[in-house]
Ligand binder design. Structure first.
Ligand code: RIB
Length: 303
């Protein structure tokens, strides 16, 4: 197996609205869409669509959403051995996207909150055959820490996407990650430093290097991305597109980066492809519904 994603799955309930409601206001949404989401599942689906073999470790609920989520993993060729049924509701995410493509997301973790360190240990033998572990923060932090420790035990590189931002994340417990990939907001929250100008971003990112994480990759939306190591930095330019729905673009970036990192081992090239892939995803509505497959992405890159 190429990649183990230990993380969340959600059902995205997306309302397309003209503008965000003010407090106490009711607004009408002209359009609604329901789709499979969750940061972990999104990243797994991207990597699988691009050709990686992916094992998902996650928990689904005992409701009408669970079968659909499992069927979706299977349709995308993802190994579901560790998609565990749980006496809880499935994770759901009401999402609001306005006409300027700004989004607001509420996550109700449901079964995702019950993915435990024991679940990770129970899957250890199979996770240990993977070449990369990808983690996000929609599952309990103790489970994330266990997965980082497992990666270290087996010499598997771990990529942590610290999203959504969690003030309680203990950096010392994730210092054994090989890659950390925050956006500006997450970077600022993790370090307690501003991350507005490029200089701010560099200063805050170097705090993560000092913690001991060798590769800090900050996604900067329209400004591209910054990859920092002890040896220097690379700025990855953004690809300009007409954005319709940016929901799940960060997951598109990370899933694509993970795929090419494992497939080719060239970090900079993988980042450039990830930037292109994420930009393409925002031209279509929805989260997983906006992700290209390998053939579509090849065509796009050749265009
Ligand atoms: O990153 C986008 C994702 O965040 C959505 O799919 C939603 O489910 C939330 O997890």
């Amino acid at each position: 197996m190429d990649i183990a994603v230990i993380g969340s799955n959600m059902v995205d309930l997306i309302s397309y609205i003209e503008r965000m409601p003010a407090e106490g206001e009711t607004v009408e949404a002209p359009n609604f869409a329901m789709g499979c989401g969750g940061k972990g599942a999104n990243q797994a689906v991207v990597a699988a669509r691009l050709g990686s073999s992916v094992r998902m470790v996650t928990r689904v609920g005992n409701d009408i959403f669970a079968d659909n989520t499992i069927a979706n993993f299977e349709r995308n060729g993802i190994d579901t051995t560790y998609v565990l049924p749980t006496e809880a509701t499935s994770g759901v995410a009401p999402i609001f996207v306005d006409e300027e493509s700004h989004n607001s997301i509420i996550i109700v973790k449901g079964a995702n909150a019950l993915l435990t360190p024991d679940d990770v240990r129970a899957a250890e033998e199979d996770i240990a055959t993977c070449r990369l572990i990808a983690l996000q923060l929609e599952i309990p932090l103790e489970t994330v820490y266990e997965a980082v420790a497992l990666g270290k035990r087996h010499g598997i590189p771990v990529l942590l996407n610290p999203a959504p931002a969690q003030p309680d994340l203990v950096l010392a417990k994730v210092r054994d990650c090989e890659y950390i990939v925050p956006n500006e907001t997450e970077l600022s929250l993790l370090t307690g430093m501003p991350a507005e100008t490029m200089e701010d971003v560099r200063n805050a990112a170097s705090v993560l290097l000092d913690v001991g994480i060798p590769n800090v990759i900050v996604t900067l939306g329209e400004r591209g991305a910054l990859w920092l190591t002890a040896d220097g930095e690379h700025v990855i330019d953004a690809v300009t597109v007409d954005a319709h729905d940016t929901t799940g673009a960060g997951d598109a970036f990370i899933g694509c980066f993970s795929h090419y990192l494992v497939a080719d081992g060239d970090v900079l090239e993988a980042l450039k492809k990830a930037s292109h892939y994420a930009a393409d995803s925002v031209t279509r509505p929805g989260t997983q519904s906006s992700y290209a497959d390998a053939e579509q992405f090849e065509r796009l890159r050749g265009a």
